[in-house]
Design a protein around this ligand. Structure first.
Ligand code: NAD
Length: 507
């Protein structure tokens, strides 16, 4: 057992789960991976191996898709929407009942601080499932008044049905593993689809634990199949498999583009939740007591490994120094440590590779002449910790200002203009368009700026407001489509129009 789990008590259930060599969950059963290959799961806070998983290959993907296809037309398809709702509500209760084990697994697997893991599991997990459980009974089509010419003057009735799209292939990243799992699972269950899900190879544990709860909730075998595997092997095979009708992908923009290329072969439907480099705009009248902690959360939440992170900060020159000094003071006081330690405010990055990537960006900021205000160092010793880092500069043509770093690195620059369109042009000068926030006491400035920012989501006086009911997704290179809310059901459905001729047209 690793050092963090030794120092900070974890439950027997978590200990027992970690001790297993995890197989693939296909057709409601644990099944060995065909290749026999295994992968070590590492605690990023201690670098110790905490568990072992088996890796799916192309043959396993095919097996999982076949199970999902059988389930799609089997018992699952005969259930009423009320029965699906009840199963989903049962699953939500099971998530709550198992929150301690799920949170401990998430902390050890991903490095996230415990309180955040619990909050995510309760909010994104159980409540998200309940929200979509409510939708299962409210999915319906329309009746359509048809022009008489449409069916050659006959009397007719046309109606639409919203049908599940079929087998959905979900591919998710490592930054918020259980939330990502449930964001894909809940709309799939609500609409009557079946699912083959590949968690990120680095963080599969909560997805695997969820399989036990899915079984216990009475969801029929084969409806949910979870196959940990490498992106280039299992992920690639999923995007090429003709049995998968839709890919729900969350991850990097580069992989998202590649998935689109693969999906062209059989015109699979694709939704993409991709990268971001979101702007935070602070006007001089804003309440700085809210702005400073708000900017800290926007930039450093999940150690900056957050697609919605507010990593480009534009502050009016009248309050620039005050805001920058305030953020630096909070960042310098933040405690880095293992997620199991209740006093830790920031955990480690996910891997040594991610730490090297982030450190290379920090070096590029220094080399390109930005001012390093705080942080900038990786912590000595075990664990992939990097200090919360803040750079300032007077223009945003630096790599640290343009590229998604996915680490605790905030870039800030002052603006002096009062012309909102010019300020918005600064904020929109990015290939990404996922999130963004505006800070002001003037409601008119807030609303106008919110309208001008080109992103899927904008918040005023907070950053990245997220709720199961609020549509979420990106503009520009941040993605295709929306998740969450009623819109989040659409990609899992297809519309069938049926016309019934009631009386034939006269000759
Ligand atoms: P990634 O794109 O490297 O990996 C994401 C998933 O894709 C993993 O499961 C991986 O195994 C799989 N994958 C890799 N290559 C593949 C291939 N060729 N075919 C199919 N699947 C493949 O991303 P990551 O490093 O795990 O996550 C970080 C990225 O995710 C960041 O860019 C971040 O912004 C983005 N992200 C976006 C959102 C959002 O909602 N917009 C949320 C979280 C993370």
């Amino acid at each position: 057992m690793n050092a963090a789990a030794e120092t900070f008590a974890i439950s027997d259930a978590t200990r027992e789960f970690l001790a297993r060599e995890h197989q693939l969950f296909i057709d409601g059963k644990w099944q060995p991976a065909s290749s026999g290959e295994t992968f070590a799961i590492i605690d990023p806070a201690t670098e110790a191996q905490i568990s072992t998983i088996q890796l799916a290959n192309e043959a396993d993907v095919d097996k999982a898709v076949q199970a999902a296809q059988r389930a799609f037309t089997g018992e699952w398809s005969k259930l009423t929407s009320y029965q699906r709702t009840r199963m989903m509500l049962r699953l939500a209760d099971l998530i709550d009942e198992n929150i301690q084990t799920l949170a401990e697994l998430e902390v050890l697997d991903n490095g996230v601080p415990m309180m955040l893991a619990q909050y995510t599991i309760a909010g994104y997990g159980a409540e998200f499932m309940r929200y979509y459980a409510g939708w299962a009974t409210k999915i319906h089509g329309d009746t359509i008044p048809v022009s008489p010419a449409g069916v050659r003057n006959g009397e007719s009735l046309t109606y639409t049905r919203r049908e599940p799209i079929g087998v959905v292939g979900a591919i998710i990243p490592w930054n918020a593993p259980i939330a990502m799992f449930i964001l894909k699972l809940a709309p799939a269950l609500a609409t009557g689809c079946t699912l083959v899900l590949k968690p990120a190879e680095l963080t599969p544990l909560t997805a695997l634990k969820m399989c036990e709860l899915i079984k216990e909730a009475g969801i029929p075998d084969g409806v949910v199949n979870v196959i940990p595997g490498l992106g280039q092997v299992a992920g690639e095979a999923m995007t090429k498999h003709p049995g998968i009708k839709k890919i729900a992908f969350t991850g990097s923009t580069a992989v998202g583009k590649h998935i689109v290329e693969n999906a062209v072969a059989d015109l699979k439907k694709v939704t993409l939740e991709l990268g971001g480099k979101s702007p935070v705009v602070v006007f001089p009248d804003a309440d700085l007591q809210q702005v400073i902690p708000g900017c800290v959360r926007a930039a450093y939440f999940l150690q900056g490994q957050n697609c919605m992170a507010g990593t480009r900060l534009f502050v009016h020159e009248k309050v620039f120094d005050e805001v920058i000094n305030g953020i630096a003071a909070v960042a310098n006081s933040m405690k880095l440590g293992p997620g199991l330690d209740p006093s830790s405010q920031l955990g480690p990055l996910i891997s040594a590779q991610q730490r090297e990537r982030v450190m290379a960006y920090i070096q590029s900021g220094i080399d390109e002449g930005a001012t390093l205000v705080c942080g900038g160092k990786a912590r000595e010793g075990k664990g992939f910790f990097v200090e919360p880092t803040l750079f300032t500069h007077t223009d945003q043509n630096l790599r640290i200002a343009r590229e998604e770093i996915f680490g605790p690195v905030l870039f800030a620059m002052p603006f002096g203009d009062d012309d909102l369109e010019k300020v918005a042009a600064l904020a929109n000068d990015s290939i990404y368009g996922l999130s963004g926030s505006v800070w002001t006491r003037d409601i008119s400035t807030g609303l106008k700026m919110a309208a001008l920012i080109d992103s899927g989501q904008v918040s005023v006086n907070c950053h990245a407001a997220v709720d199961p009911a609020i549509p979420f997704g990106g503009n520009k290179m941040s993605g295709w489509g929306r998740e969450f809310g009623a819109e989040g059901l659409e990609p899992y459905l297809k519309t069938k129009a049926t016309t019934v001729l009631l009386s034939p047209p006269p000759f």
